[in-house]
Design a protein around this ligand. Structure first.
Ligand SMILES: C[S@@+](CC[C@H](N)C(=O)[O-])C[C@H]1O[C@@H](n2cnc3c(N)ncnc32)[C@H](O)[C@@H]1O
Length: 239
């Protein structure tokens, strides 16, 4: 069954623009790019690259990026916007690359989209070189557990609180905004952590980033709810 990405591709492209959506621009990009520039990576794989924005940012930072994504219309735009780039059709659960191919593997808000995330994390770890990094930005389980319902508001539209429910379960839900309608997955944080640990990786960076700029009311909302987690996991060096 479709996860909604093919039908939502144009709305996604329109909403993301070149600067990214609000959360990418004001919350996530600064942390993600900070890890990239701190790492001196040569070759990177962006898993679930979408229309290629972060691959272009990696290339601009001097890291040679390959992007993979299963959604054809997003890949087409990635190739149009970066004709000399390397964009391939593929799924995270079965990567076409040989073991130990990349210094850096990125998953930028894609784990929540991937059905078999345990297999995908195993694959991302497999294609990492020894000493290489797996850089993850993900929606937190605290948020995905209530994302379908979203903010509870009062009659005047003021944001009262954000619900959390069925936290320890794993379940899919449909998420809709700005003409985009996609299926995402809720999983508790421990499920992801166990998958990284079972793939033989160790954690070198962990953040729950908040906004560093942007509209004040929006900043306040992004401080009240723990939307994102950024983690860097490393594959041990040999010897
Ligand atoms: C929220 S978008 C993020 C795109 C991009 N990383 C960004 O931050 O702009 C999620 C992406 O995951 C992709 N995706 C969905 N299922 C996937 C899978 N099984 N393997 C890899 N990517 C997948 C979608 O096609 C979509 O491009």
């Amino acid at each position: 069954m479709s996860n909604g990405w093919e039908l939502s591709a144009q709305a996604w492209i329109d909403s993301i623009g070149e600067r990214g959506d609000w959360a990418r621009e004001h919350v996530l990009d600064p942390v993600m790019l900070g890890r990239v520039t701190a790492g001196r990576f040569g070759r990177a794989l962006d898993v679930g690259c979408g229309e290629g924005r972060f691959c272009r940012m990696l290339n601009a930072a001097g890291v040679a990026a390959t992007g993979i994504d299963p959604t054809g219309p997003l890949l087409e735009v990635a190739r149009q916007r970066d004709p000399s780039g390397d964009y391939r059709s593929g799924n995270a659960e079965q990567l076409e690359f040989e073991a130990a191919s990349f210094d850096l593997v990125v998953s930028y808000l894609t784990l929540i989209d991937i059905v078999d995330f345990r297999k995908a994390i195993g694959e991302m770890a497999r294609v990492l070189k020894p000493g290489g990094s797996l850089l993850i930005a993900n929606l937190t389980g605290f948020t995905s557990a209530g994302a379908e319902q979203g903010w509870v508001r009062d009659d005047a539209g003021r944001h009262l609180h954000f619900p959390v429910d069925r936290y320890l379960d794993e379940f899919p839900f449909w998420f809709e905004w700005e003409g985009i309608r996609i299926e995402n997955w809720h999983r508790p944080l421990a499920a992801y952590m166990a998958a990284f640990l079972e793939s033989g990786l160790y954690l070198t960076f962990f953040a729950e980033p908040g906004p560093i700029s942007g509209d004040a009311a929006q900043q306040e909302r992004f401080r009240r709810v723990p939307w994102f987690v950024v983690m860097e996991w490393r594959r041990p060096s040999v010897g």
